[in-house]
Design a protein around this ligand. Structure first.
Ligand code: NAD
Length: 478
């Protein structure tokens, strides 16, 4: 019989008569499980449980909250292989990457737990004799985490760990594309003695359950990761209650390759950025600007690497470089964008079509040359294994084109000249800039998009502060 999952609310898996959503394997189309398409009653119940649990959770010393987080991280590690296989089955990423995702998730939870003894307020200088001014940092209260499907397991931790260590409770809504790993996460939480109501999981479709969650007056902060259009809808929904928002949205990361770059390193890093998770990563290189004098050599090296990319069913072969795209919609979008680039005059140097396979949403590793700045392939998020390349005359031109974008998440530059690298850092309008390496952030950094790529950010000390608000206390002594 098909596995049916139930929402995790107030420390229990609650059976309910919801409509169910079918979850399938993107490599085989096999039905994996049925999950709830939750209604407003389920959300009300989860938010009420989170609200009830929050004051006692906040009162618990931070070091004890951290101990609960560490217990969850330890259990994730015990189930590493099982969890990785679940992620691969429902999302389609290759197994070694799914293992990295589980490891990174556990490490991230431990990292956030470390902050327990480092959360600080401030003491300010007063203008008045005998007065003391304290700046207290407090949890916002009940938070909502709305998640995408591309790193579905890690993103649970990116929301819940900073929320919980700072004294908030949380309601998570996973993507309806990849909810199984989230239910498995909830099962692990249920095996620990985390107080009921601190962590809740409610599953459902975005347009219904997600929209109701974003509009709910019982939520104090919505932390959302997903696409720009959904981010805008969430901002609109949050406006009705003036709910705080934290938005981690899409990207169109430029990679700039200068004539003095180590071209082997640049080709390797950019290729890795385009192939990881089948190109479905918000921060990875989505467009290349290469200096004319090295363009042929760089394109040759990149083509050689992209030609060698092996793809297929990641459940069967651990050595593959890529699995399928997440669903038919994703595949159709990638195919349409490449077709449009072709009709607009770009040259498909490699790939450029759906893979001829029996099953799985596979698209061939693709390199597109002769791209022009106004082509959609250089402006819109592709989210697939497709690398468009434009030739530029110098660094200034590359920076101008890189910045001419509605997105501002990540960017990179490949050069041996520190002056060029630092000029790019000064002038690029992106939340992150990588120099001579692939795009991938560290948990102690601050992952924050500018322009339409988001509001606020995640990770590190600054990410923690997103889950807190400040209260100033004026104490007059006499
Ligand atoms: P999506 O916006 O389609 O969905 C994300 C989540 O929002 C899902 O849980 C969905 O059910 C929910 N949702 C959909 N409509 C909603 C609505 N009206 N109200 C409330 N919730 C709603 O995104 P996706 O396709 O799951 O993920 C891919 C996108 O996420 C890409 O654009 C990628 O760049 C972005 N992303 C960004 C980051 C980052 O850190 N900046 C990280 C990962 C992914």
């Amino acid at each position: 019989m098909t596995t049916q999952y139930q929402n995790y609310i107030d420390g229990r898996f609650l059976p309910a008569a919801y409509d169910m959503i079918a979850v399938t394997n993107p490599a085989t189309y096999e039905l994996l499980a049925l999950v709830p398409d939750s209604d407003s009653a389920a959300l009300d119940e989860a938010i009420a449980a989170a609200r009830l649990a929050q004051p006692a959770w906040e009162k618990l010393p931070a070091i004890q909250r951290a101990a609960h987080l560490r217990a969850i991280a330890a259990k994730l590690r015990e189930k590493r292989e099982e969890l990785a296989r679940i992620i691969t089955r429902e999302q389609g990423k290759v197994l070694p990457l799914a293992r990295v995702e589980v490891d990174f998730t556990a490490d991230y939870i431990d990292y956030m737990a470390e902050w327990a003894r480092r959360l600080e307020g401030e003491v300010l200088t007063s203008d008045r004799p005998g007065e003391h001014i304290f700046l207290l940092r407090k949890p916002v209260g009940v938070t909502a985490g709305i998640l995408p499907w591309n790193f579905p397991f890690f993103l649970i931790a990116r929301k819940m760990a900073p929320a919980l260590v700072t004294g908030n409770t949380i309601v998570i809504k996973p993507s309806e594309e990849t909810p199984i790993n989230a239910f498995e996460f909830a099962k692990i939480v249920a095996e620990t003695d985390l107080p009921p109501g601190v962590f809740n999981l409610v599953c459902g479709r975005g347009a219904t359950t997600g929209a109701m969650l974003a509009k709910h007056p019982g939520i104090d902060l919505i932390s959302f990761t997903g696409s720009v259009p959904t981010g805008a809808l969430i901002m609109e929904a949050a406006a009705s209650n003036l709910t705080r928002i934290n938005l981690e949205l899409g990207g169109k990361a430029p990679a700039i390759v200068l004539a003095d770059a180590d071209l082997d390193l640049a080709a390797k890093a950019i290729h890795a950025s385009r192939v990881i998770n089948t190109g479905q990563v918000c921060n990875c290189a989505e467009r290349v600007y290469v200096e004319r004098s090295v363009a042929d050599e760089f394109i040759g090296k990149t083509m050689a690497l992209m030609k060698g990319v092996r793809f297929g069913d990641p459940n069967k072969d651990e050595t593959l470089d890529m699995g399928p795209l997440v669903n038919q919609q994703g595949l159709d979008k990638v195919a349409a964008m490449v077709d449009q680039a072709r009709t607009q005059g770009a040259e498909i140097a490699l790939g450029g079509k759906r893979a001829d396979v029996e099953s799985g949403f596979h698209y061939l590793p693709t390199v597109i040359t002769g791209c022009k700045p106004d082509m959609a392939i250089m402006r819109k998020e592709i989210f697939g294994p497709v690398l468009p390349i434009q030739i530029v005359d110098d660094l200034d031109e590359a920076i101008t084109y890189a910045n001419d974008s509605e997105y501002g998440l990540t960017s990179s530059i490949f050069t041996r000249d520190i002056n060029s690298a630092m000029k790019a850092c000064r002038e690029l309008r992106f939340g992150e800039t990588y120099i001579n390496r692939e795009h991938f952030e560290a948990m102690q950094g601050f992952h924050a998009g500018r322009k339409k790529s988001g509001i606020g950010g995640a990770d590190g000390k600054h990410g923690l502060y997103e889950f807190m608000e400040t209260q100033v206390v004026y104490l007059q002594t006499y």
